[in-house]
Design a protein around this ligand. Structure first.
Ligand SMILES: Nc1nc2c(ncn2[C@@H]2O[C@H](COP(=O)(O)OP(=O)(O)OP(=O)(O)O)[C@@H](O)[C@H]2O)c(=O)[nH]1
Ligand SMILES: [Mg+2]
Length: 321
């Protein structure tokens, strides 16, 4: 609609952006469908009309804190008689939303540590896309010249080992695996040894999906973390929490409980090509300030990109083409 950011995209990125835009369609519809009727074109929105927008932001999972911040900005604009059209509203939302998400746009940089390898421990509830994200991450980091090794740390779910091995084959990368049912921490310890021997740059470790409210499983994650420190307390470690973007407000309790158990350092948002609930990113950003490192918009090896606040907001608001 507005054409921001357009010049910086090539056709590949453009395809990615379109999928993101389609994935966020439902959220966008919830925010804007039928909203044009409340604008008169020459008068700014009144407090009652602003309430309608507030309700829509809350419905779109933005959470109370983000919604309040946005509504404060909108109220200021309305006072200056600037909120007279839907386009003016969208411009104001765009500015506010980008401002909110920019602090969590911190790319994952595996070159930060002195010691090697850089370890990425991938955690999250069942079925959110952990193993698929690992396949995509392996591709992403190999492409930029890193030696990547994978650890089949999900020893629990049937066929989980075969699944990560198949991503290893696709990426032509080694996968360290033990038997089904064996100790997950031991697999990861073994992978770290192997990575040292091979001089690998990055180890990406899978873990079994677990419910965030099951104490025993969360204890296992703590044990994995301790094992990594035992191997070398100075290893740079990213604890990457994978969240399904279709989740809505439950994402907040997932983030909270995983963060309590393991100290999450980054988030990967998956399935943004499906029927995503984009508003929850704002709620997450306000509540935890944990960087969103990557977003996934599909099941293929190349369907992962670093998170970009402006792109995300433009896809959500349709302020791009
Ligand atoms: N559309 C879409 N599907 C995805 C995406 N990421 C993962 N999936 C699909 O989601 C399903 C679950 O993905 P997995 O990677 O196995 O998820 P997981 O978190 O490892 O699952 P568990 O190990 O069982 O906990 C698979 O069918 C994936 O293909 C994505 O970004 N978009
Ligand atoms: Mg898995």
């Amino acid at each position: 609609m507005f054409g921001f950011n357009k010049q910086k995209r090539d056709s590949d990125t453009d395809g990615f952006f379109r999928r993101l835009q389609r994935g966020l369609k439902k959220t966008r519809a919830g925010l804007f469908d039928g909203l044009a009727d409340i604008f008169s074109g020459n008068k700014a929105l009144d407090p009652e009309q602003l309430e309608e927008i507030e309700a829509r932001l809350l419905m779109a999972d933005l959470g109370m804190e983000s919604t309040t911040l946005i509504m404060d900005a909108l109220a200021k604009q309305a006072k200056r008689n600037r909120l007279r059209t839907l386009d003016e509203l969208i411009l104001c939302l765009r500015e506010q939303m980008i401002e909110m998400l920019t602090p969590i746009q911190i790319p994952l940089d595996p070159a930060v540590g002195v010691d090697k390898p850089f370890v990425i421990l991938v955690i999250g509830v069942n079925g959110v896309g952990k193993t698929t994200t690992i396949g995509k991450l392996a591709h992403y980091f190999s492409k930029t010249g890193n030696n990547v090794l994978l650890a089949a740390g999900d020893t629990f779910r049937a066929a989980a080992i075969e699944q990560i091995q198949s991503w290893g084959e696709k990426n032509k990368l080694p996968v360290i695996a033990h038997k089904h049912g064996s100790d997950s921490a031991a697999v990861i310890f073994d992978a770290l040894h192997s990575a040292s021997a091979r001089n690998s740059d990055i180890v990406i470790a899978d873990t079994a999906g677990r419910l965030h409210n099951k104490d025993m499983l969360m204890e296992e994650l703590k044990k994995i973390r301790r094992t990594i420190s035992k191997f070398n307390a100075d290893l740079p470690l990213e604890v990457l929490l994978v969240i399904d973007a279709g989740t809505g407000q439950n994402a907040l309790s997932q983030a909270q409980l995983f963060h309590q158990a393991t100290g999450v350092t980054g988030i990967a948002l998956t399935k943004l090509d499906g029927t995503a609930r984009g508003g929850m990113v704002f709620a997450l950003a306000q509540a935890f300030k944990i960087p969103v490192r990557f977003i996934g918009v599909g099941e293929q090896i190349d369907d992962l990109r670093p998170f970009d606040a402006a792109d995300f907001v433009d896809a959500l608001l349709d302020t791009q083409s």
